[in-house]
Design a binder for this molecule. Structure first.
Ligand code: 5GP
Length: 202
């Protein structure tokens, strides 16, 4: 089947495991491209420039928005985050599926531009577990943890705007479900009209 790539947008509360799931999904799957965002947040100790994020200053971030280089951007807990546009379109045009791991405000902006995209919300097994995961990460001070948990409560209010939930009870199971979603979405009639015509002509 020869078609344009599919855009998958993954949101969910901080600590739900979106990053780990997306990373595990793209490892060993060359047809899926995981977009690297730009942010004004400071890097965490293990984070690498160009791998986890492009870490830039606010002035540069603003310039990129002005130049039309961002597909979307949002403020999350006091920092800017945005998706570089060029690469996403390039990958989709080349037939590769693209995953954006972004928060809810940005996801809703993308949805208005790409209604044909697939919108997935990662759910932790419980709120208790979510809190444990954020605290266990040990990378944020208590007031930031608090803000992230409050933001999580706000984000849950938007679940109905997504197409799928992805329960993260275990990373392996969540990745398997994600793969199933990708497979099913690739088989949708409206994504394969040209292929169907080809088959009918053959
Ligand atoms: P963190 O600081 O934990 O890496 O990310 C905070 C939140 O920002 C997460 O929900 C993450 O998905 C989201 N995020 C990361 N990159 C982007 C982006 O490019 N755009 C938007 N809108 N959110 C992003």
């Amino acid at each position: 089947m020869n078609r344009r790539g599919i855009l998958f947008v993954v949101s969910g509360p901080s600590g739900a495991g979106k990053g780990t799931i997306c990373k595990a999904l793209v490892d060993n799957n060359p047809n899926v491209f995981l977009s690297v965002s730009a942010t004004t947040r400071k890097p965490r100790p293990h984070e690498q420039e160009g791998v986890h994020y492009y870490f830039i200053e606010e002035a540069e971030f603003m310039q990129r928005i002005k130049d039309g280089g961002m597909l979307e951007h949002a403020v999350f807990c006091g920092n800017y985050y945005g998706t570089p546009k060029h690469k996403v379109d390039q990958m989709l045009d080349a037939g590769r599926d693209v995953v954006l791991e972004i928060e809810v405000q940005g996801a809703m902006k993308v949805r208005s531009k790409y209604p044909e995209g697939v919108y997935i919300f990662v759910l932790p097994p419980s709120m208790h577990e979510l809190k444990n995961r954020i605290m266990g990460r040990g990378t944020e001070p208590p007031e930031v943890i608090d803000e992230r948990l409050k933001t999580a409560a706000w984000e849950y209010g938007h679940i109905t705007k997504y197409n799928y939930i992805l329960l993260n009870d275990s990373i392996d199971k969540a990745v398997e479900r994600f793969r199933a979603i990708i497979k099913a979405e690739g088989c949708r009639v409206e994504r394969n009209t040209e292929f169907i015509e080809e088959v009918l002509r053959s």
